[in-house]
Design a protein around this ligand. Structure first.
Ligand SMILES: NC(=O)c1ccc[n+]([C@@H]2O[C@H](COP(=O)([O-])OP(=O)(O)OC[C@H]3O[C@@H](n4cnc5c(N)ncnc54)[C@H](O)[C@@H]3O)[C@@H](O)[C@H]2O)c1
Length: 269
């Protein structure tokens, strides 16, 4: 139905979960993929599957987004699709949430996407101007990943929900700034997708960020409740999650911008 042959895509957080599924689907559609993740080993597995390029690194490091964007353009020959997917949760009720914790959630979910897009803006503007002068219109794509926590709020997630809400504002603003450059900027929000992020809480369910072990996961009772009250009655798969993102990466969405698509199996919080 469509091909992404000759397109270059950048996916953050592509070492596992939804980001890996997005990278694989983009590659299957013909795109050359630059994959990024904090964790080098799973990222290499993704890279072996996409046959693209991988650049491990912390997307919240202020200097890193520009390096990632520049390397994508110089080594893959352009930049047509950006998926800001990297993310994690660091939950607590507000009285137990530290400044560092709240800021970390803003840094990963909205500051890093902002820096990636700012780093890409020069290339995007120059490319669009050159293409217009040649009488061509090339549609480029940005997809920012948000969450039902950002749209509905979720107890214990003041920081995460704030970051995920903020990235919707960034999405709608960039749709307005970049419409003239033929860039579709949209967001996809997930409910419960079966990845490491939403595994049942346990002492083993931790991730390492900036040398710190952070507990990730969701209480089993909460998982059971949201699943049983959602219309489709189950969690989604990473591949199903990637499907909604692929719509916004493809020509099928060329006249859709500034929108938020919820991919939740009908779940509301
Ligand atoms: N799984 C869900 O139910 C769900 C629901 C709503 C939103 N989301 C969002 O979907 C996105 C993908 O999450 P997932 O469920 O696939 O989780 P996941 O933990 O399986 O994958 C997330 C990836 O992001 C990477 N990452 C985290 N911090 C990073 C950093 N600073 N720099 C580079 N990479 C980093 C991790 O190493 C990991 O590989 C996230 O933005 C998440 O908030 C997921």
């Amino acid at each position: 139905m469509f091909s992404l042959e000759s397109k270059v895509a950048l996916v953050t957080g592509a070492g596992r979960g939804i980001g890996r599924a997005i990278a694989l689907q983009l590659a299957a559609a013909g795109a050359k993929v630059m994959a990024n993740d904090l964790d080098a080993a799973p990222l290499e597995e993704t890279n072996a599957l996409t046959g693209g390029l991988a650049m491990p690194g912390d997307i919240t490091d202020p200097a890193f987004p520009a390096l990632l964007v520049d390397r994508t353009i110089s080594e893959l020959g352009g930049l047509d699709i950006i998926v800001n997917n990297a993310g994690y949760t660091w939950d607590n009720v507000i009285q137990k949430t530290t400044d560092e914790q709240f800021q970390a959630m803003l840094d990963i979910h909205v500051v890093a996407p902002f820096r990636v897009l700012r780093a890409a803006s020069g290339f995007i503007r120059e490319s669009a101007k050159r293409e217009a002068a040649e009488g061509r219109r090339m549609q480029r794509k940005v997809v920012n990943i948000t969450s039902i926590s950002g749209t509905d709020g979720a107890a214990g997630q003041a920081g995460y929900a704030s970051g995920k809400a903020a990235v919707i504002g960034l999405t709608r603003t960039m749709a307005k700034e970049w419409g003239r450059y033929n860039v579709n900027v949209n967001a996809v929000g997930f409910g419960l997708i079966g990845t490491r992020l939403v595994q049942p809480l346990s002492d083993d369910a931790t991730i390492e960020v900036k040398g710190r072990e952070i507990k990730v996961g969701v209480q089993q009772a909460v998982l059971d409740k949201v699943i049983s009250t959602s219309p489709l009655g189950r969690a989604g798969t990473p591949e199903e999650a990637a499907g909604a993102v692929m719509f916004f990466c493809s020509p099928l969405s060329d006249f859709v911008t500034g929108e938020l698509l919820m991919c939740t199996g009908g779940m509301r919080f």
